[in-house]
Design a binder for this molecule. Structure first.
Ligand code: SAM
Length: 283
C-alpha cells in the first residue's frame, strides 16, 4: 500500500481549534457514562490529540460541532469511534508472565480428574495478545485440549481492537516476547514485517465486542477471568459493581487475574488474594 493511501483525509488545519473547558467536560462525561473510563484534566492533551483526528476525518472545524455529531441515534456510530480513539490499548504477548505460569503450574494441574469443560474470559483483551498467550499456554500444557470442551472468550469495548485480535496479525517485533518454542509452533510469517497466529490458537478463541458496563450475553460460568490493566481507568464505584459481576460469572472457586497496579482492597470481599494479583472467588 502506498503511503499516500495511509495519509489522513484532507481537512482544515487543527492547530487553532481550541478544546474549551466546556468541550472537555462534555466529552469526558460522555466517555465516562458510556465506558466507565475516567478522564481527569491531566488527560486533556491526550483527548485533544486523539479526537483531532476524528475532527479531521469528518472535516469539522470545532469541538462544538464534533459534540453535536455525538448526539442522538445518529451519533451512535461516532460514539463508538470516539471510544475507540480514547481507549488505551497497551498490551503484549506474555505480559505479566507470572499469570501464565500460575495457569500452567497451579490451575491446570488442579483440574479434577475427568474434567471436560474449561472456560476462560479475557475481559478487556485489547488487540488479542492476552487471549493468544492464554491459548498458547493451554496448548502447551494440555496436550489433549482438542478432546475437551475448551474455549477462551476475548472481549473489548474497542471494536477496532476486537477486529485486530480476530485477524491475529501482528508486527513481527511484537512476537519476540513469545518463547522461541511456542513461536515456532504457533506463529506464522506473513511477510517481512508481519506474523499471524496459527489456526490452532484462533479456534480456541471467540473475539467479541463487549462493554463491561453493559449487558453480558454469556452465561458462564468461567473457570478464570483475566481483567488486567482495565479497571485502572475506572472509578471505585464502577470497580465495585464490576468485580461483583465477575464473582457471579465465576465458578465458586474460580480465579481472577488483575493487573500489577490494580487491587481489590476495599473494592471487593468476594475474593481471596492468592498472591501476585491472582485471586480466588470465595463468596
Ligand atoms: C491497557 S488495555 C489492557 C489489555 C490487556 N488486558 C493487558 O493487560 O495487556 C485496556 C483495555 O480495556 C478496554 N476497555 C476500557 N474500558 C472498557 C469497557 N468499559 N468495556 C470493555 N473494555 C474496556 C480498552 O479498550 C483496552 O483495550
Amino acid at each position: 500500500m502506498s503511503t499516500a493511501l495511509l495519509a489522513p483525509p484532507p481537512g482544515p488545519p487543527l492547530g487553532d481549534v481550541p478544546l474549551t473547558d466546556e468541550d472537555f467536560g462534555a466529552i469526558a462525561a460522555m466517555v465516562r457514562e458510556h465506558s466507565g473510563i475516567v478522564l481527569s484534566s491531566s488527560k486533556r492533551d491526550l483527548v485533544y490529540s486523539r479526537l483531532r483526528r476524528r475532527l479531521r476525518a469528518l472535516h469539522l472545524t470545532s469541538f462544538a460541532d464534533y459534540r453535536a455529531r455525538l448526539v442522538g441515534a445518529a451519533g451512535a456510530e461516532e460514539l463508538v469511534r470516539m471510544i475507540n480513539a480514547i481507549t488505551t490499548n497497551l498490551t503484549g504477548f506474555f505480559r505479566e508472565p507470572h499469570h501464565f505460569d500460575y495457569l500452567a503450574q497451579q490451575m491446570i494441574p488442579a483440574l479434577p480428574t475427568g474434567w471436560q469443560r474449561l472456560r476462560i474470559w479475557s475481559a478487556g483483551c485489547s488487540s488479542g495478545e492476552e487471549p493468544y498467550t492464554i491459548a498458547m499456554t493451554l496448548r502447551r500444557h494440555l496436550p489433549d485440549v482438542d478432546s475437551k470442551d475448551v474455549r477462551i472468550l476475548a472481549t473489548d469495548i474497542d471494536t477496532d481492537m476486537v477486529a485486530h485480535g480476530a485477524a491475529g496479525r501482528y508486527a513481527m517485533e511484537r512476537a519476540a516476547a513469545i518463547p522461541a518454542e511456542l513461536r515456532q509452533r504457533f506463529v506464522r510469517r506473513v511477510d517481512g514485517n508481519t506474523v499471524e497466529m496459527d489456526q490452532a490458537l484462533k479456534e480456541l478463541i471467540a473475539f467479541k465486542p463487549l462493554n463491561l458496563l453493559g449487558e453480558w450475553p454469556m452465561r458462564g460460568p468461567f473457570d478464570a477471568i483475566f481483567c488486567r490493566n482495565v479497571v485502572i481507568y475506572f472509578d471505585k464505584p464502577t470497580q465495585r459493581v464490576l468485580f461483583d459481576r465477575y464473582a457471579e460469572m465465576l465458578k465458586p472457586d474460580g480465579l481472577l487475574f488483575i493487573g500489577h497496579s490494580e487491587s481489590l482492597f476495599r473494592v471487593s470481599d468476594r475474593f481471596q488474594h492468592l498472591g501476585r494479583t491472582v485471586h480466588r472467588r470465595i463468596k
